[in-house]
Design a protein around this ligand. Structure first.
Ligand SMILES: [Zn+2]
Length: 267
């Protein structure tokens, strides 16, 4: 998971969602009525999906797993738990059908004070709660919210772990290749390679690599050639506009969060 910036809805759609919320409340607002109203709101769902597509990492990837195409508008707080938030824009995320229907479903764990224990990547910083071990592709939890999110979203399921590990090795080759193209006077080709890189699934892998630049273990994990490429000002200046989504960590210049381990956990 990576941080995602939520964009504002236009006034017309926002007003429409407020009206639908009001109508739902007037009708009693139970789960069955809410699901029916949601299914009936086809035009609104289409516009919401378009906006979520624009916010999603890579090429419309699921905001939870980062792998599969985001096909569903997920209610972060499920309709079954709070029907009043059915049309709440702040409760909508883009998910793949597997994460939505086979992993998360209607689960919504909370702590003893009633606060959600799941990471909403548009509100919470996933890096405060999760650490990605790049070579193995596994997530380690840094907090109870991280533990619950790994479990409920199925973030360490086998296909995702394998996919992230494979992506890590491919990213290293692409980044070194882009630097090589730059040195040979082919900046346009380097830019094409980096653009393709940012569109690929598993945005968390590149995000994790950039975050590692602040770690004392960076050379051990990425290798000298990859570190040299990733800290090349020309590569960074090409990558930055491609991955900036309000994510300051994408620059590779930010300090790790206070709750992160001072050194990288053992892989
Ligand atoms: Zn997914």
């Amino acid at each position: 998971m990576i941080p995602i910036s939520r964009t504002a809805l236009d006034a017309q759609l926002s007003a429409r969602l407020a009206l639908l919320t009001s109508r739902l409340a007037s009708a009693g607002g139970d789960t069955v009525a809410a699901r029916s109203a949601w299914q009936s709101a086809r035009p609104e769902r289409g516009r919401l999906r378009n906006q979520l597509n624009e916010m999603a990492p890579g090429n419309r990837r699921c905001m939870y797993c980062g792998d599969s195409l985001g096909t569903d508008i997920d209610h972060f707080q499920p309709i079954a738990k709070n029907a009043a938030r059915t049309f709440d824009w702040l409760n909508h995320l883009l998910a793949c059908s597997h994460c939505n229907s086979n992993e998360k479903r209607d689960q919504f764990p909370s702590d003893s004070e009633g606060n959600p224990l799941l990471i909403d990547p548009t509100r919470d910083d996933p890096d405060q709660h999760l650490f990605l071990l790049l070579s193995s592709g596994e997530y380690r939890a840094l907090s109870p919210m991280g533990t619950a999110s790994i479990k409920v979203y199925g973030l360490n399921r086998t296909d995702l772990v394998t996919g992230r590990s494979t992506a890590f090795h491919a990213r290293k080759l692409t980044i070194c290749g882009a630097q090589s193209l730059l040195r040979r006077g082919r900046p346009d080709d380097a830019a094409v390679g980096l653009r393709a890189l940012v569109q690929e699934p598993y945005a968390s892998v590149l995000h994790g690599m950039l975050r590692l630049l602040d770690s004392p273990d960076v050379v051990d994990i990425l290798g000298e050639d990859v570190v040299a490429a990733l800290t090349d000002p020309d590569i960074l200046s090409m990558l930055r506009p491609l991955i900036e989504r309000g994510d300051s960590l994408a620059t590779g210049n930010s300090a790790p969060p206070a709750s992160s381990p001072s050194t990288v956990p053992a892989d």
